[in-house]
Design a protein around this ligand. Sequence first.
Ligand SMILES: Nc1ncnc2c1ncn2[C@@H]1O[C@H](COP(=O)(O)OP(=O)(O)OP(=O)(O)O)[C@@H](O)[C@H]1O
Length: 511
Amino acid sequence: MGDDWAKAAEDQETKDLVTKVDDLKIKKNEEEKKEEPERESQPGESQPAESQPAESQRVGGESQPEGGESQPLPEPAADTSDESVTAGELSMMRKVMRKGIIQSKNKVEILRSDPKNPLHSVKSFEALDLRKELLKGIYEMGFRLPSKIQEISLPTLLAEPAMNMIAQSQSGTGKTAAFSLAMLSRIDPSKKYPQGLILSPTMELALQTVECVKMMGKYCTDITVRSAVKGDMVARGQIVREHIVIGTPGKVVDWVLKYRCLDLRTLKVFVLDEADVMIATQGHQDQSVRIHKQLPETCQMMLFSATYDDEVVNFAHAIIKNPVTLRLRREEETLENIRQMYVECNSEEEKYRAISNIFSIPVGSAMFFCHTKANAVWLSNRLKDDGNRVALLTGDLTPDERVQVLMRFREGAERVLICTNVLARGIDVDSVNLVVNYDLPRLHGTSRADCDTYLHRIGRTGRFGKTGNAINIVDGMSDLRLMREIENHFNIKIIKLDYSNIDEIDKLGED
Ligand SMILES: Nc1ncnc2c1ncn2[C@@H]1O[C@H](COP(=O)(O)OP(=O)(O)OP(=O)(O)O)[C@@H](O)[C@H]1O
């Protein structure tokens, strides 16, 4: 890790208040199985040049994220000894995908009743003593009860004096909502200067978080927020005065150190979202360190992610004063509501055939992940040439194009989005019920599996208790080894999808 941070480590007291989050693992309620035979279904790349000025925006009044609707999926086969998904299950899955996804409130309530579920909650948002305008915003977003990570983290994050936190919770369990709420509640609207900063690894994630904060703060009309991503500009001589700034590290460093239009000395709350990648990735780390150096001693620090390794956590402990730490056990990191499958292939051509077969499944929405930009472009072109409608998002697009592509995908204009790891983390598109790893994620420059990226990628589906599907295209022995590595890492079984049955299943699905 960087020298600066290591030096900071020597200077600071690193006493921990370690709180273990026990049992943050999705486990199906047995009763539910009996009563309901079917269940509800499912660092970034470099950014192109700047263009448009960013607008100062009042919190609130923006559109809600897209949502689709679904039908129940069958339970996974109890006996997966042959590792295959049965034809019946696949047929049902197809019907489900055809119909899209329903956000079943009942389902969420059932999951909430299981204390081992990450959505479990016994307390209310009212108990947090929030501003009534904030409560109104939360309720309007459809939140009724806090999720487990919200329930556990929020009392600490809102307490006086402010406490620092390093928090982990599975994908789609409400971390963004937790830190957004904590930040909004700490803003003093009468002071017209920046008080909160959220750093995200990608432009898309930063902009999505802006929307979340705006929705949540819709009725706090006295709080202002702005983005700081590629494409945003500050006019010469202008100073950033919004209460909350949400951006990528590169842009924020530019505004703070190069253009000197953003003063961080007034910050009360700092959030490092996807903290593990921000700390472990060299470019992000350097910029995050430079930003960290500008923060006042009193600034509350919050680090959030679905994945951490011990090295990153130790490092974070070294630079953050007395953090409260919420961590998951390794086997708790995966979500059981995401059905993980694989298709075995033996050549590039077979791989393409597999993806074409999967592509023909009428999904709600699907994200196909490729290892490189070149692969993503190639796959997109080939699928398009074969008459399929797909969208493509890589770091090679302009900021405007990236925003447009994601917006169209959210709105359902394209139902399949081919992308790279630039969209692996944090992106919350309600209708995504299928994630396909066209290429399994590998650690840069090695033949080893990138298990954390795997978890983040498949976490684009199965959001907040919904059921999702993840299909891995496995090409030959080396891919099989990668997949076994992922299975061993999380202590899970990825089941084999017999895609040679797909024609049969298609017919069944048409009945
Ligand atoms: N208490 C709640 N009640 C209902 N829905 C919620 C609640 N908290 C969050 N959500 C919704 O659940 C979805 C996932 O939440 P969020 O994006 O905060 O998860 P996350 O843990 O940050 O995910 P990731 O790990 O992918 O970054 C969002 O659509 C959000 O609006």
